[in-house]
Design a protein around this ligand. Sequence first.
Ligand code: AMP
Ligand code: ZN
Length: 112
Amino acid sequence: MSDCLFCKIFNGSIPSNKVYQKGKVIAFHDIQPLASIHVLFIHENHAANVNEMNSSDVAEVFSAIKEWTQSQKLPSSGFRVVVNSGPHAGQTVFHTHFHVLGGESLGSFGRR
Ligand code: AMP
Ligand code: ZN
């Protein structure tokens, strides 16, 4: 998609602070972090929301999350994966992204 922010981040035409790249998956720091660790994982293939992703692409993103969180020793302290989809979830960028948050004790989520 020529007019998609995260497609442009994937292809490097918009800069990002990258922490991971393998195959068709990258991860980079969120510009407005909500935790001391807050990175976004995306797949190269554009899909507006998670239900529009191919299952195999979702699996590729999750194996990247597994590899990276293990490299950061996050599983022992804990971390959260969030995928906002649509208006009620507050999705603002319509290229599916998987928020990974951690590095501190996280607040609750849901209605507030
Ligand atoms: P969401 O609300 O789930 O759609 O999340 C979009 C996320 O993208 C927000 O947390 C933003 O802070 C983040 N974001 C927007 N633009 C950029 C950018 N250029 N680089 C990194 N993160 C961004
Ligand atoms: Zn895109």
